[in-house]
Design a protein around this ligand. Structure first.
Ligand SMILES: *[C@@H]1O[C@H](CO)[C@@H](O)[C@H](O)[C@H]1NC(C)=O
Ligand SMILES: *[C@@H]1O[C@H](CO)[C@@H](O)[C@H](O)[C@H]1NC(C)=O
Ligand SMILES: CC(=O)N[C@H]1CO[C@H](CO)[C@@H](O)[C@@H]1O
Length: 280
């Protein structure tokens, strides 16, 4: 893959600068806006002057959001987020892939962080849409306070699976069972998006707790964004089966922190949960 000459110059400059101040070159991440662009919010989304942090804010008038400059057909995306602190009830902070074609057949992989009142846990809501069909929700609490520090959230979307990771621990794997008739996102390019918006009607404790606008503006911070092509099996080690340690880690996360699983919601699916729920 050829780097553009402009990218090369930037890389060379960074390497030179790092050498000059004695830091290892690996510490020189690019600017976050090399990969992401703020697209809405009328100034409520911004990038720090050093390019290391993208901040989204939300007030009564509007939220804000960004998107990736590139589109992907299979990718591994990583970002670190520091969520809205204190009373974040009603707010939703997101990071997701979505295709750009017709809505009725769209693909999507969602991470949505549902805020809460101070001291109560955030919920990480995940969902997968393929060919316009979603309804595959799984929700998690986190094993740390996601508002005091940055933590890494990743989506690995390959031919084999969609894997969601939190600080490198897999929490959800949605396997490609297209050969058994389960729709899987594999033909439409997707773009990454992030946003901070108000959803007080449903986000927190089923909508019972509303947004406290006296706490506005609400702020979420993103940094260290990377997205790498993962179209060929095994690219950078991605797209392979989870090894025993990863399976064990995922089991730990799911046993202890999963708070909703569509596959276990017999009330919602009286005729039986969707077929992928019983596929290994
Ligand atoms: C908020 O806190 C309540 C009480 O601990 C919890 O049941 C709920 O899952 C939390 N998250 C949301 C989004 O309501
Ligand atoms: C940035 O993210 C990469 C993985 O995408 C990770 O290896 C690296 O340690 C992160 N850098 C910092 C400063 O956290
Ligand atoms: C307004 C308010 O309550 N701010 C608090 C938010 O939480 C941090 C710690 O996470 C406190 O230091 C602030 O005082």
């Amino acid at each position: 893959m050829a780097l553009s000459s402009r990218a090369c110059v930037v890389v060379l400059l960074l390497l030179g600068l790092c050498a000059a101040i004695g830091l290892p070159a690996a510490a020189a991440a690019g600017r976050i806006d090399d990969g992401l662009e703020v697209t809405w919010g009328d100034g409520r989304g911004s990038v720090s002057p050093d390019g290391q942090e993208l901040t989204l804010s939300l007030d009564r008038t509007s939220g804000s959001g960004f998107r990736s400059r590139d589109t992907y057909l299979f990718a591994r995306a990583d970002v670190q987020i520091k969520l809205v602190p204190n009373n974040s009830a009603g707010t939703v902070t997101t990071f997701y892939f979505i295709s750009e074609g017709p809505w009725d057949v769209h693909d999507e992989v969602d991470l949505e962080f549902l805020g809460n009142v101070t001291g109560e846990p955030y919920t990480l809501h995940t969902n997968v849409f393929a060919n316009g069909n979603g309804g595959k929700e799984q929700q998690f609490h986190l094993w740390f306070d996601p508002t005091t520090d940055f933590h890494a959230y990743s989506i690995e979307w390959t031919q084999q699976h969609i894997l969601v990771l939190v600080d490198g621990t897999p929490i959800r794997e949605f396997k490609n069972h297209a050969d058994r008739g389960v729709a899987y996102p594999s033909t439409q390019r997707m773009r990454l998006y992030g946003s901070l918006w108000d959803a007080e009607d449903w986000a927190t404790q089923g909508g019972r707790v509303k947004t406290d606008w006296s706490q506005a503006p609400f702020v979420a911070r993103y940094r260290n964004f990377t997205a790498a092509d993962a179209s060929s099996t095994g690219t950078r080690g991605y797209g392979q089966q989870l090894d025993a340690a990863a399976q064990q880690a995922m089991k730990w996360a799911r046993d202890n922190y999963m708070v909703y699983d569509y596959c276990a919601d017999g009330k919602r699916f009286p005729q039986g949960v969707p077929p992928e729920c019983s596929m290994p």
